[in-house]
Design a protein around this ligand. Structure first.
Ligand code: NAP
Length: 342
């Protein structure tokens, strides 16, 4: 039996789909408030004729990664764990909650796995938990994450979570960690990286000057699944398909969503002004800011991520981001025709 956390999210839903498609028995931890309708829609998108039967095979259990009792209960009889639950947020008011869920929640799960004798644990981390070079733009797994004012709170939370996983490995848990770049794939259009797609589709006018790595959600799932099947332990892998500018990505999304691409360049100076204005607007209106200092700065930074290690160890070939954008646009279009996804 496999336990998966975060099954109602972008990564988790793709992973449950792949695991159930290959006949694995999957128990998925969800919260009472978790929405499973989008997971079902994702199943339908990939398997239009057999999705209901496949979806029924999942054993959903209620729990929370901040509640160790629910974790121990969910782990009964489980041999392998995929940990995809986390808070992905750049909103300042959500920082304390995000740090708690991502770091303490991971510690709780690692401890429960040690107590319940789990055989192998796959943790979904992020490129934000990998170090950055002092000079140049090339990033691989060997770089050490350093404390810096430039780190976002999300990055701090993901690095803290990884430390808990490495601590678990010191205490005897077999672990493997993936560090995906920005994930493109079908999901809740108002959540996590799927929001990028929605923002461009809704007529984003500005593009930033930065560049980063992007990867198809299906390839993140494939990498996690294969790493757990192979005899690989205590390793971490950057999971990235292509490095490209945000401008190129936005143009690609706009083409697939059949909307106009963003046309105003928002360089560092304009972005600095924009997040400050957004901060004032969010205080006055009480709503969440659309741009924050962290998102503005990261959208103007420029890094490239190596996928050499995972390509070599798994012989993995990645889908292009063009394919990822096509798949995601198709999903959103199909469900927009059936009425709003949310
Ligand atoms: N999306 C990206 O571009 C990206 C890139 C690199 C790494 N990652 C990592 O990939 C993982 C999955 O991200 P995602 O994009 O799939 O995010 P997502 O779509 O926002 O999904 C997050 C999942 O975590 C669950 N969750 C949150 N708090 C929880 C709690 N206290 N207890 C139990 N479950 C909880 C959510 O459940 P509810 O449905 O109940 O809220 C949801 O299933 C995260 O570790 C993230 O850091 C994401």
């Amino acid at each position: 039996m496999i336990l998966l956390t975060g099954g109602s999210g972008l990564v988790g839903s793709h992973l449950i789909y792949d695991l159930t498609a290959s006949g694995e028995r999957v128990r998925a931890l969800k919260r009472k408030s978790s929405r499973l309708d989008i997971v079902k829609k994702i199943f339908r998108w990939y398997n239009p004729t057999g999705y209901e039967e496949q979806f029924e095979k999942i054993e959903w259990v209620d729990g929370d990664i901040s509640d160790i009792i629910s974790l121990r209960e969910a782990l009964k009889g489980v041999k392998k764990v995929f940990h995809c639950a986390a808070v992905v947020s750049f909103i300042p008011s959500e920082r304390p909650w995000m740090l708690k869920i991502n770091i303490e929640g991971t510690a709780n799960l690692v401890n429960a796995c040690l107590l319940e004798g789990v055989e192998k644990f796959c943790h979904c981390s992020s490129i934000s938990a990998v170090g950055r070079p002092d000079t140049g733009t090339w990033v691989d797994e060997s770089l050490i994450w350093k404390t810096s004012r430039k780190n976002s709170y999300y990055s701090i939370s993901k690095f803290g979570a990884e430390r808990e996983v490495w601590r678990g490995s010191e205490e005897g848990l077999n672990v493997v960690i993936v560090n995906p770049s920005v994930i493109i794939g079908p999901g809740d259009p108002y959540r996590s990286s799927a929001r990028l797609f929605t923002t461009v589709k809704n007529g984003l006018r500005f593009y930033s000057t930065g560049a980063t790595g992007f990867v198809d959600a299906r390839d993140v799932s494939k990498a996690m699944k294969e790493l757990m099947e192979k005899d690989i332990v205590n390793e971490r892998y950057i999971v990235n398909s292509e490095n490209m500018s945000y401008k190129a990505l936005f143009e690609m999304i706009a083409r697939h969503a059949r909307v106009k691409p963003p046309f105003f360049k928002a360089g560092p100076l304009l972005s600095e002004a924009a997040w400050r204005l957004e901060k004032v607007r969010s205080i006055v209106t009480g709503s969440n800011p659309l741009i924050t200092r962290e998102t503005a700065r990261s959208a103007n930074s420029n890094f490239q991520f190596s996928n050499e290690k995972i390509v070599q160890d798994l012989n993995l070939s990645f889908r292009t981001i063009e394919e990822a954008a096509h798949n995601t646009a198709g999903f959103f279009e199909m469900f927009a025709e059936e009425g709003k996804v949310r």
